[in-house]
Design a protein around this ligand. Structure first.
Ligand code: PLP
Length: 385
């Protein structure tokens, strides 16, 4: 039985947990068994087997994730890309068309523009900041609209309130990649989105030690995604389920710390004479601030900025920092720094990057949970050198 907890901090700890506790264990044990005794199931998806995503370690996560975003249902996957590709392949068939935001996570962008295109699934890239331009892109075969809650690496936030209404009017499925916000800062179901997708490798797990994904939303759609996932096999194994479960319990304390720290660091950078521009939706100077302010409970731990000067200046700054680890990925407890042109967006041509406003000098910071003052002092020191 799932008890109804009101606040997300409490849900992270208690929602979906076994009741009564299994053998009295306070922490959910790992069920390291690929198969389970047959119990008269008549439906393939109900047979108990790890690939069918229904071991006790999966089920507890499904209940907890759905509760976190006040949604009907959820499914965990073997990676964020596993969640995204399985979901798109569930609802799009050859001949179909969909609308997608122009600035997307690199893996998603390549999957849509190369793999889906090769399957005969077409798309139109839309400017999320300009909803009036969407309707002219619709076709009779348009099935879905796909956006990201906070875009990478410019941290743009569109007026997300418009997306679910537009989707309903035109019979589309609305989806948002909610990885950067996490359920702490934004819950898409509450605003009418059909589906929310996550790379749980980031904030949900929070410790940079597994890859995992999730889809959260309408129960009828999650059922169809689960059926497709059972065939495609992007399943999370029970041990990784356990690690994700353990990581998620501290999401609220980590995220609150990262929300605050990233805002303070953004303000510090914005006031620094050697900094040209800072992208963080918590700053009033950012165009997405007006929407973030209405939609979010916090703006997360991701920010990006440009220094005055050329690529060599940016590289020298990165080399001179000592606290952040130079690495791609994000959302863990340790601060990471990277230049997106060389990592997350290296698959794109420079012209495509520049058309989206991603300069080669842009630096991205994933703020961890170290003392904010230590991070700022390290940045200050590196800027002086
Ligand atoms: C990392 C990431 C993904 C892909 O997730 P994996 O777990 O690495 O497969 C998708 N979307 C966003 C926004 C991400 O940051």
């Amino acid at each position: 039985m799932t008890k109804n907890y009101r606040n997300i901090e409490t849900k992270l700890i208690h929602a979906g947990e076994p009741d009564p506790l299994i053998q009295g264990a306070v922490t959910m044990p790992i069920f390291q068994s690929s198969t389970f005794e047959y119990a008269g199931q008549t439906n393939y998806d109900d047979i108990r087997y790890i690939r069918l995503n229904n071991t006790p370690n999966h089920i507890v996560l499904h209940k907890k994730l759905a509760a976190l975003e006040n949604a009907e249902a959820a499914i965990v996957t073997g990676s964020g890309m596993g969640a995204i590709t399985t979901t798109l392949l569930t609802f799009l068939s050859p001949g179909d068309h969909f609308l997608t935001q122009d600035c997307l996570y690199g893996g998603t962008y390549e999957f849509i523009t190369k793999d889906l295109a090769a399957l005969g699934i077409s798309y139109d890239l839309i400017d999320a900041a300009n909803p009036d331009s969407w309707e002219s892109r619709l076709r009779p075969e348009t099935r879905a609209i796909y956006v990201e809650t906070i875009t990478n690496p410019l941290m743009q936030v569109a007026d997300l309130r418009v997306v679910p209404g537009f989707a309903k009017t035109h019979g589309l499925i609305s989806m948002t990649d909610n990885t950067f916000a996490s359920p702490m800062n934004f819950r898409p179901s509450e605003w009418g989105f059909d589906l929310s997708l996550h790379s749980c490798s980031k904030y949900l797990n929070g410790h940079s030690d597994i890859v995992a994904g999730a889809v959260i939303g309408r129960a009828d759609l999650i059922k169809k995604i689960t059926h497709k996932l059972n065939h495609l096999g992007a399943t999370l194994d029970p041990h990784a389920c356990f690690l994700l479960h353990r990581g998620m319990k501290t999401l609220a304390v980590r995220m609150r710390c990262q929300n605050e720290s990233a805002l303070d660091i953004s303000k510090y950078l914005e006031s620094h004479p050697e900094v040209e521009k800072v992208n963080y939706p918590g700053l009033e100077s950012c165009p997405g601030h007006q929407f973030a302010d209405k939609l979010f409970d916090g703006c997360g731990g991701m920010l990006s900025f440009e220094l005055k000067g050329d690529v060599e200046r940016a590289e020298r700054f990165i080399r001179n920092t000592s606290l952040p680890i130079v690495a791609p990925s994000l959302g863990g407890v340790e601060t990471l720094i990277t230049r997106p042109a060389t990592t997350s967006h290296s698959g794109m041509s420079r012209e495509d990057r520049e058309a989206l406003g991603i300069s080669d000098t842009l630096i991205r910071l994933s703020v961890g949970i170290e003392a904010t003052q230590d991070i700022i002092e390290d940045i200050e020191h590196a800027l002086k050198k």
